[in-house]
Design a protein around this ligand. Structure first.
Ligand SMILES: Nc1ncnc2c1ncn2[C@@H]1O[C@H](COP(=O)(O)OP(=O)(O)OP(=O)(O)O)[C@@H](O)[C@H]1O
Ligand SMILES: [Mg+2]
Length: 230
């Protein structure tokens, strides 16, 4: 199957006084439609940098990113933002929920941002919250939810606009092992039901093993993780 997302020969270095820091060097990547890929690698290996490059939040020093075979590189900040709004959901280590809005309103936010606040959107938001086990927390403010519940709201929000691609950077990093694994199961099963693709960065090899494929970022490149990990 033709990949939904591809990165070709990505290089990234950060210029700094005293010498540039090279993070990625000739990094290749291909993600199939509906595929779940986990990315592992030591701290500072460039995992967050890689997610930033494939979503246009940062620009590569060289190389290109393609979506459905078409180059995204060169779109410019507004073009990338339009593309993200239409096709990508994000989950971060910190939930970034809006503190003055209820769980339901937070999940609805991506729909509102594209001008859709009808009953159908509200129905989908409620269904996603229910799927996350939060049917009875829809009118709670983030401050009235536990850390794990907050992160589940953030997952529901990421899927609100039915993105074809979800990018998650250490989404379980702040949760205890048990809560993190519960959330990983929810994230993976929701992604599979929605038919979307997922790229998830995690330090937890047990979580990574639940994805379809594990890639390791090392020395600036992505490679299949050594056998025995998956
Ligand atoms: N804006 C920047 N300027 C200079 N160096 C940077 C910048 N952003 C990141 N780096 C460097 O790039 C390297 C990769 O950073 P990155 O955040 O991608 O790592 P990571 O694999 O996500 O690590 P972690 O597991 O700790 O989150 C680090 O050595 C970091 O210091
Ligand atoms: Mg990181």
């Amino acid at each position: 199957m033709a990949p939904i997302l591809e990165a070709r020969r990505l290089d990234k270095s950060f210029p700094r006084a005293g010498g540039a820091v090279t993070v990625l060097q000739g990094c290749d990547f291909a993600l199939a439609p509906g595929e779940n890929v986990a990315i592992i690698g030591p701290s500072g290996a460039g995992k967050s940098t890689f997610l930033n490059l494939i979503s246009g939040l940062d620009a590569p020093t060289a190389g290109e990113v393609l979506y459905d075979g078409k180059p995204l590189t060169g779109l410019g900040p507004d073009g990338w933002a339009d593309w993200r709004r239409a096709h990508v959901g994000f989950v971060f280590q910190f939930h970034f929920l809006l503190p003055d809005f209820t769980a339901l309103e937070n999940v609805l936010m991506p729909a509102r941002l594209r001008g859709d606040s009808g009953a159908q959107a509200a129905g989908r938001a409620l269904a996603l919250l229910a799927r996350m086990g939060l049917a009875d927390r829809a009118d709670h403010l983030p401050g009235e939810l536990s850390g794990g519940e907050q992160q589940r709201v953030a997952v529901a929000r990421a899927y609100m606009n039915a993105p074809r691609l979800v990018l998650a950077d250490e989404p379980f990093g702040n949760l205890d092992l048990q809560k993190g694994r519960e959330l990983a199961d929810l994230l993976l099963s929701l992604g599979r039901d929605e038919g979307s693709s997922l790229v998830v960065v995690t330090h937890d090899l047990t979580l990574a093993a639940r994805a379809d494929r594990i890639l390791e970022l090392r020395d600036g490149r992505l490679a299949e993780a050594p056998a025995g990990l998956s």
